[in-house]
Design a binder for this molecule. Sequence first.
Ligand code: NAP
Length: 281
Amino acid sequence: MPTVLITGTSSGFGLATTVEVAKRGWDVVATMRDLGKRGELDHAVAEAGVGARVRVAQLDVTNSQSIDAAVALLDLTNRPLDAVVHNAGVAVGGAFEDLTEAQVRHVMDVNYFGVLALTRKLLPFFRAQRRGRIVIISSESAFAGQPANSPYCASKWAVEGWAESVAYEFEPFGIDIALVEPGAYRTSIWENSPRVLPEASAYRPLLRHLEAAVDAYVAKTARDPVEVGKAVAKVLDAPHPRFRTAVGPTAKFEHFARGKLPSTLMRKIFGRFFQLNKVRW
Ligand code: NAP
């Protein structure tokens, strides 16, 4: 059985991916930063009848001791690891000027530096095996900027730039790297992400308008996260996966538009879609 380690499996894509890949015969080390939140995963895994293929372990991607302990549990000198899925992620909503340095850094710590830290720890084993697959859950937010979401977009752009670069370095060792880029899906990220909207914010009219417009958009269009779990499973199973896999219609459109449409035109399309011309300053 091939083995995969997945981060952030207490909910959303991480949970859905665990179930999907276990159903396809993978052994899964399903990690989460708070084992007190494992109930939903345990239930889903039991319901799918794949309990024997899933081991749950603690891993906070921002904590080096936690990474060391999780990797030690894998016993990689005696047992191979075939793949890792970097799924853990956070966001913070708000205008850049209203956000603190700590809020911005936290998003980068999880979505960018967390990916790097865990990869760094696994690379010696992947190189020794002369194989390994690194899958990163990026986002359509890596293709085009979004208002009130700058730390998140920046973190996904950063991780994509990093992935494009290290792909050259890893390839000679048989290690491949692939990005999965979903659009909007119904997961806990919307409730888990703080929204920063101070009374005195200079951006209040825009933020109020966007909050309502984006919530309505998500409620109407956000899709089932199982779709992303299946897409990740396909990337894991493929002999030679594509470097980028966009999942969902908006991600596919933005994937197509990337590099073809000028940023000013993308901004106009986004502005019209969310009726930013109706903001009364
Ligand atoms: P989610 O349900 O909130 O899942 C995020 C997971 O990351 C949770 O399990 C969370 O654990 C975990 N996490 C947060 N900080 C962590 C840390 N320091 N160490 C380890 N785990 C940590 O949201 P999701 O939508 O499934 O997000 C999964 C990935 O998909 C993220 O990378 C996100 O950026 C990306 N994405 C989401 C969407 C979407 O529409 N939902 C679209 C594109 C991309 P706790 O439960 O402990 O907080």
